[in-house]
Write a protein that binds this ligand. Structure first.
Ligand SMILES: *Cc1c(COP(=O)(O)O)cnc(C)c1O
Length: 394
């Protein structure tokens, strides 16, 4: 389709996004090709989704073969792919977990919230869930309320779901715990909020507090999960075994899948929760293949090498420009905090002009979420373009 024709069709979409005007037609690993035959380097992987790279042959073959057998059957019948994926997730996590499959991050978090509510309401009326400032948990009415940023609680969408509050840090979380509190929900590295890793010691302290006081710890790993931080779970990097973990973004390599993982396998009974599409044959097949690909990448040492190399390039670049203040992140989830002398949105646009896709997070953080399969050459090329963009905005 021509770009002009497409622009006409865009008018039929609701205006919920400000979009860049490039029309991408296909991709290969961390390289994207546009309709005007330009090559772009992708340091975003569709906001951390395309974990195995664009046009991944192993994934596309698995999907194509599965699509000829069965796409979907509903959750009223056995689905061996779904069960294998759940087993695989539990094995990779390294502790015994039950899994519920949803279709997105927000939906996985909804499932986690329901699980916590049922746990808390069973014995006594405990329903309160405490979250952190600058967190992001999704766009549904309850996950918006769980999101610790006032800008997401606009009265345009009121009334929201009750029973959430957010506080400044982990000390404040512990202090805010009362007889109505059932759970804490955190991201170990806040993504949308500005790529802010929490302190490992503080997180472990919170986990100990939870265990002692029968409070559930929910870790939203929608962005940090599925090898993004070098380990299958960021919780493994932090040395904790949360009560509930949610996954989504990178798990399907581009097909929509979300998952609620929990140690508490007997809270939900039949009828408590459900999803028409969740964990269908196609997405479960994708999840299994993605995990195989990423496990190979990790075991071969290639993932660690890419993380190290990306970080080295990031440090080199950051030291060259005064407006770059600090690098923060874990694994291939990285950000550079910028000073107020530049507008990160402008830098993202300038990078785009130089055919590099990068993201903005928080107020002034340049964010990187490349495919986990990115090559050295792609990293080099991307940083070359970013350096040029930096020179062009100062
Ligand atoms: C992206 C994200 C979500 C929301 O995921 P959707 O699939 O867009 O619903 C929730 N939590 C975190 C930490 C995220 O990064």
């Amino acid at each position: 389709m021509s770009k002009r024709k497409n622009m006409e069709n865009e008018n039929y979409l609701l205006k919920t996004y400000a979009k860049k005007q490039s029309l991408f037609t296909h991709g290969k690993n961390a390289t994207l090709f546009s309709s005007d035959e330009e090559e772009y380097i992708d340091f975003t992987s569709g906001i951390g989704v395309v974990s195995v790279g664009h046009g991944n042959k192993r994934l596309s073959r698995a999907l194509s073969e599965q699509s000829e057998k069965l796409l979907h059957l509903s959750n009223l019948y056995l689905n061996p792919l779904q069960a294998s994926l759940a087993k695989k997730i539990s094995a990779l996590a390294g502790f015994d977990l039950g899994v519920f499959f949803a279709n997105s991050g927000a939906e996985a978090n909804e499932g986690a919230i329901k699980l916590a509510r049922k746990y808390g309401n069973k014995a006594k009326k405990r329903y309160k869930i405490i979250t952190l400032e600058n967190s992001f948990h999704g766009r549904t009415l309850s996950t918006l309320k769980a999101t610790g940023q006032e800008s997401f609680h606009a009265q345009d969408f009121a009334p929201f779901v009750d029973g959430f509050c957010f506080v400044k840090d982990i000390d404040a979380m512990i202090k805010a715990c009362d007889e109505r509190t059932v759970a804490y929900m955190i991201e170990l590295v806040q993504g949308e909020g500005g790529v802010n890793p929490l302190s490992k010691e503080k997180v472990q302290e919170l986990a100990r507090f939870c265990a002692k006081h029968d409070i559930l710890l929910i870790v939203d790993e929608v962005q940090t999960g599925v090898f993004r931080t070098g380990e299958f779970l960021c919780s493994q990097v932090y040395g904790i075994e949360p009560d509930i973990i949610t996954l989504a973004k990178g798990l399907g390599g581009g097909v929509p899948i979300g998952a609620v993982l929990t140690k508490h396998k007997d809270i939900f009974s039949p009828g408590d929760h459900g999803s028409t599409f969740g964990g269908g044959f196609l997405v479960s097949c994708a999840g299994l293949e993605v995990l195989d690909i990423l496990e190979d990448l990790q075991k071969s040492g290639a993932l660690d090498e890419s993380i190290e190399y990306f970080h080295r390039k990031l440090k080199e670049l950051a030291s060259e420009f005064e407006f770059f203040q600090s690098i923060q992140g874990v694994g291939l989830m990285q950000g550079i905090k910028c000073s107020s002398s530049i507008e990160v949105g402008d830098l993202v646009n300038k990078a785009h002009e130089n055919k590099l896709l990068v993201l903005k997070a928080g107020l002034n953080t340049l964010r990187f979420l490349p495919p986990l399969s990115i090559t050295k050459e792609e990293i080099d090329e991307g940083f070359k373009r970013l350096r040029k963009a930096c020179y062009e905005i100062i």
